[in-house]
Design a protein around this ligand. Structure first.
Ligand code: IVH
Length: 830
């Protein structure tokens, strides 16, 4: 065994990850997650384990933590689960069913508690209780009781809309038809987990086997498959169980504590988990986690961690939610598992943006009960064991074909190659030569230099752009995908086939397809596949000295195929009218994920308006001189602008540069000046660099681009500019616009009736009764946008003690200014 550091339980983020690479990784992860969500929630047929899934999610979150610009972008951002299957009636959840943030290490639990304290401004010594309970590995269910009587049961679906499984839920013995006892509220949505015991799972599988039916992979899948049955008689024959642990809409709202509500649930006849306890501090939470972990094997049902929740409901309300999960709860998952195996090959997949993504093909190995045969190798630097700028990330140990490696899956499964066992490396092994050409189109593949980070991108990308078939196909797959145009039935094989046959080369082509040609193309592909298969069989038979009996061609499926194509055309027709955010997201512009697309659509009514603004911003995009200045440490935007004003004023007056004597620019401290000198030199060199920065300064159209949209930073802005700078992209968009119509924008939900909806609010000075984060979150919940500076567009300034320049700006623009107390009154939280 080589000496190596103990592996952390979760994949760490590479220290050298550049924004570019992060963006690419984020997009790829996001897609993987969305697909996994679909398979898990819609098909009950996951292809990756929960641990693999968690690993993906956690990497996504780690990336978002380091690159907040990416947060909320991507296919997997806001959606929880997957959209409900078509076979059940839909139920819109009055209160969305969300998900939980994850942690693996104790330190992350401590960080969670600290985050909660910071958000609430809760003093260090002041006690703050949490509940701790098992995280049941089943599927969540929302039960709506009106006057104590069960009226609807719905699955989570995509978190907003679930499936109506009331008839099935009624067959579950744990679920009471009627809530009994004191204080049952007139409306009460009880939420909890449907699960199967190990014993019942084994019995169901034994029965499946006896009947020659496919076996369920695990109790969770069996539970999901049993609940999501069209025939309630089948559900009734499967002994599903239920634990209640949360709630949705309740009127009148619950008061008091989480533990108090759970106790009431029990009194009303709902099953609650016996291992749910109230913990006075972190030590007690972690102790309970260990205790549950010890009991895990004997519980008789699957759990995959422990859930902590802030006990006080008033605090839960203040903490609220962030994107897909509550700030007041955390899932502390059980640890990752490791195994040794051998790298049998390294494949390169080409992504939508041309990224060359290395994938290790592993000798199949079981890690925590799941067979792993692929693992991501992230990027070139990861394979080589060096970071983007030469920093070692595995202390110089590269990964080679033939190497014995340690594979890690968080929770129960995925695959990340953590490390290499050097003393098992074959003597004749060769370092992996990362391709410098695209394996799909042969174009040069390069690692671009990023002027903002001054580092080469860690991702190598194919420069083939339009001519690269792999990129084009990936872009089209993205275009039709669920969160984009959502063209049902347009699977990967269809896209690949129609692309190869030249029927679909760009999105607009989808709307110009000819039925007969599509049918012919798909039929030809099917024939080719069948012939290849037959040949293979024949060869195998010949090799074994057997003769094959002639097989009759299967005719029966023709009708089904015809129907599938008809359905596809119907699905395409149904998407000729599309909401602007979907259209925008579907274009696959790097960094314009779903949330960003929605944000942009709030500011721009349509594509033309967006393009006009992008063009204006492009015309005065900052040059490298300005970016170099912007990258100098310890210079805030105010000092930077003052500095540039100073330089520009001298230049305009025909005066030479002044070498920036100390004190020449107000607000520019000695440390900042020192950094400037370190970056550009002194005297004339400094003058020249500053003058260049002043000349290449972006204008208001760039700086103020998409003002009011909360997710649009420089990265997104640059991505939009780059995208529309390409004539072929514009052409593709124009062609598409000729085929589709924009749907009317949806009115903002939930927050629509708030008087703050759509208002731009600025907080300044120190707030005394809430933290800045809490203030921002509350305002956003009510539909307001929170801006960091005051302009003519600002509607309201909330000023606390110590407010300065923003107050003056507010006066200048005639913007209303209120105190924190007035704000709290206005939002009804006084
Ligand atoms: S609380 C607002 N408590 O885990 C979030 N969830 O990963 C309310 N789950 O969707 C969820 N056991 O399906 C909560 N004791 C527990 C749980 C639990 C299992 C599931 C639930 C949720 C998922 C989040």
């Amino acid at each position: 065994m080589p000496a190596r550091k103990p592996a952390p339980p979760i994949p760490d983020l590479e220290p050298d990850l550049t924004p570019e690479a992060a963006r690419a990784a984020h997009a790829a992860l996001s897609e993987q997650i969305a697909e996994a969500d679909r398979l898990y929630h819609q098909e009950d047929a996951p292809e990756i384990t929960d641990a693999e899934y968690d690993a993906l999610r956690r990497r996504l979150e780690a990336i978002e933590a380091r690159f907040p610009d990416l947060a909320g972008t991507g296919a997997a951002s806001a959606s929880v689960g997957a959209k409900p299957s078509e076979k059940f009636a839909k139920v819109r959840h009055a209160v969305p069913m969300l998900s939980l943030g994850n942690a693996f290490a104790d330190a992350e639990v401590e960080e969670f508690a600290a985050r909660v304290r910071r958000f609430l401004n809760w003093p260090e010594g002041e006690p703050l209780a949490f509940t701790a309970e098992p995280k049941i590995d089943g599927l969540s269910l929302s039960l709506r009781y009106e006057d104590g009587i069960l009226v609807t049961a719905a699955t989570r679906g995509d978190g907003e809309v679930g499936e109506n499984v009331t008839a099935n839920a009624r067959t579950v013995r744990d679920i009471p038809e009627r809530l009994v006892g004191e204080g049952v509220p007139p409306l009460c949505e009880v939420r909890g987990e449907i699960y199967l015991s190990h014993a019942d799972f084994a019995a169901i599988n034994a029965r499946q086997e006896a009947q020659g039916k496919p076996l369920f992979a695990n109790p969770r899948n069996a539970a999901a498959g049993s609940l999501r049955q069209l025939d309630p008689a089948i559900t009734a024959a499967r002994p599903l169980r239920f634990f209640a642990y949360a709630w949705g809409a309740v009127e009148p709202a619950f008061e008091g504590t989480q533990s108090g509500v759970i106790a009431r649930f029990r009194e009303w006849g709902l099953p609650v988990n016996p291992l749910s306890v109230r913990c006075a501090d972190i030590a007690a939470m972690l102790a309970h986690y260990r205790s549950i972990e010890r009991q895990r094997a004997d519980l008789g049902y699957d759990i995959d961690g422990v859930v902590y929740k802030v006990d006080d409901l008033a605090l839960q309300r203040r903490l609220g939610f962030v994107s897909r999960s509550p700030r007041w709860a955390l899932a502390h998952k059980f640890a990752a598992q490791e195994a040794f195996t051998v790298v049998e090959g390294i494949d390169i997949n080409v992504g939508r943006t041309g990224s060359l993504n290395p994938l290790a093909k592993l000798r199949p190995v079981t890690v925590g009960g799941v067979v792993v045969s692929n693992a991501t190798l992230h990027n070139e630097g990861y394979v080589k064991g060096v970071g983007g700028d030469g920093e070692p990330i595995r202390e110089g140990r590269d990964i080679r074909v033939g190497d014995t490696v340690i594979v890690l899956r968080a929770g129960d499964v995925i695959p990340k190659v953590m490390d290499v066992v050097l003393d098992k490396r074959p003597a004749d092994s060769q370092a992996y030569a990362f391709p410098e050409a695209c394996p799909a189109c042969g174009s040069k593949a390069v690692r671009a230099f990023n002027p903002r980070t001054k580092k080469p991108d860690s991702v190598r990308r194919c420069t083939g752009g339009l001519i690269c078939p792999a990129q084009a196909v990936e872009r089209l797959k993205h275009f039709v995908s669920r969160n984009a145009f959502d063209i049902e039935g347009f699977g990967e094989t269809y896209i690949e086939t129609l692309f190869e046959d030249g029927l679909v080369r760009q999105p607009a082509d989808i709307f110009r397809l000819d039925f007969e040609k599509v049918a012919a193309s798909l039929a030809a592909r099917r024939r080719a596949l069948a012939e290849a298969r037959a040949r293979q069989k024949e060869e195998a038979a010949r090799a074994a000295g057997e003769t094959l009996k002639p097989v009759k061609a299967a005719k029966k499926k023709e009708g089904e195929r015809q129907l599938a194509i008809e359905n596809l055309f119907a699905a395409i027709a149904a998407r000729r009218t599309v909401a602007f955010p979907r259209l925008l997201f579907a274009l696959g512009i790097p960094n314009v994920g779903e949330v960003t697309a929605k944000e942009l659509a709030k500011v721009f009514p349509d594509m033309r308006a967006l393009i006009a603004s992008v063009d204006a911003a492009a015309a005065c995009r900052p040059g490298e001189g300005w970016l170099a200045l912007d990258a100098v440490d310890r210079i805030g935007s105010v000092a930077r602008d003052a500095l540039l004003d100073h330089v520009a004023a001298r230049a305009e007056a025909g005066e030479p540069g002044d070498g920036l004597p100390p004190g020449a620019v107000k607000g520019l401290g000695p440390a900042a000046r020192e950094n400037l000198v370190a970056a550009f030199g002194e005297g004339e060199a400094l003058d020249a660099a500053l003058l260049r920065a002043a000349r290449e300064r972006p204008c208001a159209a760039y700086l103020g681009f998409a003002e009011g949209a909360s997710d649009v930073g420089d990265v997104v802005k640059d991505a939009l500019i780059d995208f529309f700078a390409e004539a072929h992209n514009r052409d593709a968009v124009e062609a598409l616009l000729a085929e589709v119509t924009l749907a009317q924008a949806e009115a903002p939900v939930a927050s629509g009736n708030s008087e703050l909806a759509g208002k731009i609010v600025v907080f300044t000075g120190s707030l005394e009764r809430m933290t800045r984060n809490e203030a921002k979150a509350t305002a956003e919940r009510l539909g307001a946008k929170v801006a960091s500076s005051v302009s003519g567009n600002t509607d309201l300034v909330v000023a606390g003690p110590g407010a300065g320049s923003k107050l003056k700006e507010a006066e200048k623009h005639g913007v209303a200014v209120i105190s924190e107390a007035e704000w709290l009154e206005r939002i009804g939280a006084a």
